[in-house]
Design a protein around this ligand. Structure first.
Ligand SMILES: NC(=O)c1ccc[n+]([C@@H]2O[C@H](COP(=O)([O-])OP(=O)(O)OC[C@H]3O[C@@H](n4cnc5c(N)ncnc54)[C@H](OP(=O)(O)O)[C@@H]3O)[C@@H](O)[C@H]2O)c1
Length: 292
């Protein structure tokens, strides 16, 4: 059972599992609002899932700064409702819960990749609300939950950095992109595969990092997008975050380490450039079909 299955990751996860013949149910927000505790319990009773994947979230990072209560409602309380319902179980068992989280739980000022067990110190309301969700899930389901942190997601569905670069390449002669935020651009399809592998492996419960290998600044990613599109990468110019002040601070360094995968025999996601090359044709088609 996938919650938030109308979102960017949820849609790709649902499609992948359905294509692979899995017995999967996707619930969009209008079908299940995870802030509604009674509805969450009823959904578990009706679906009787073996595994719940929570892709539902308040993801508007800047808006969260002025909507703290609403962000916590979804990201913390909603997650807790799901975990409590899983803990309670249903007629045929107790489902495992895969809960999606984010690099924003970290301070974002490290100089080496964040390990799964590193101390969290979120700098934004969004990050704090996601950390509260992680903690609720791990507390309520210590033996049957996975917290899967991802970052810099892009996919066919929904707005994201890569799709924006595809659009701007066509619309503008030059594009200014920040060169002081370092992370791991990550394809939703890779995360979906990683979730499936995690569930299949019957891995030890706990925290896992589902991000691409390698790292880059936003500027470097944008140049790579231009290059792969056959455009001149020099049209992307470097700028700094101080040129784009936003309500929520952006981490300058949010690379996540992948050590936990080795212990459970699952390969981490591969290099970000490889994924970008595979994903780009479908993203370009999606972007252009919406523009025209
Ligand atoms: N996007 C990224 O770069 C990124 C980075 C790190 C981590 N993550 C995490 O990855 C997960 C998936 O993110 P995403 O990019 O797929 O986000 P998304 O596209 O915004 O999808 C989130 C989905 O959750 C739904 N939702 C919101 N409130 C809900 C509620 N109360 N009950 C049920 N559904 C609700 C949204 O519905 P509406 O559209 O109708 O509001 C939306 O369909 C999230 O946990 C997110 O925090 C994302």
């Amino acid at each position: 059972m996938i919650t938030g299955s109308g979102g960017m990751l949820g849609r790709d996860l649902l499609a992948m599992l359905a294509t692979n013949g899995a017995d999967v149910v996707g619930l969009r927000r209008r079908e299940l609002d995870i802030t509604d505790e009674v509805a969450v319990r009823a959904a578990l009773r009706d679906c009787r899932p073996d595994v719940v994947v929570n892709c539902a979230a308040w993801t508007a990072v800047d808006e969260a700064e002025s909507h703290e209560v609403e962000a916590f409602d979804v990201n913390a309380r909603g997650a807790a409702h799901l975990a409590a319902a899983c803990a309670h179980g249903h007629r045929t068992g107790q489902p495992r819960l895969v809960h999606m989280s984010t690099d924003y739980v970290f301070a974002g000022d490290a100089r080496r990749p964040y390990a799964e067990h590193d101390v969290a110190a979120p700098r934004s309301v969004y990050g704090r609300s996601k950390l509260a969700g992680e903690r609720a899930v791990l507390k309520l389901l210590p033996h049957t939950s996975y917290v899967v942190r991802t970052a810099w997601l892009y996919g066919v569905h929904g707005p994201n950095f890569v799709r924006t670069m595809i659009r701007l390449e066509r619309a503008r002669p030059t594009v200014d992109v920040v060169d002081d935020q370092r992370g791991q651009p990550t394809w939703t399809v890779d995360v979906a595969r990683q979730i499936a592998a995690l569930v299949r492996s019957r891995a030890t419960p706990g925290v896992y990092h589902a991000t691409s290998s390698g790292e880059a600044t936003r500027f470097e990613v944008a140049r790579e997008v231009f290059r792969m599109l056959g455009a001149d990468p020099a049209r992307v110019r470097a700028t700094s975050s101080s040129a784009y002040v936003r309500p929520a601070p952006r981490p300058s360094y949010s690379v996540l380490g992948h050590d936990a995968w080795a212990a459970v025999g699952v390969e981490p996601i591969g290099d970000w450039r490889l994924a970008l090359r595979q994903a780009l044709p479908a993203l370009t088609t999606a972007e252009l079909s919406e523009v025209t």
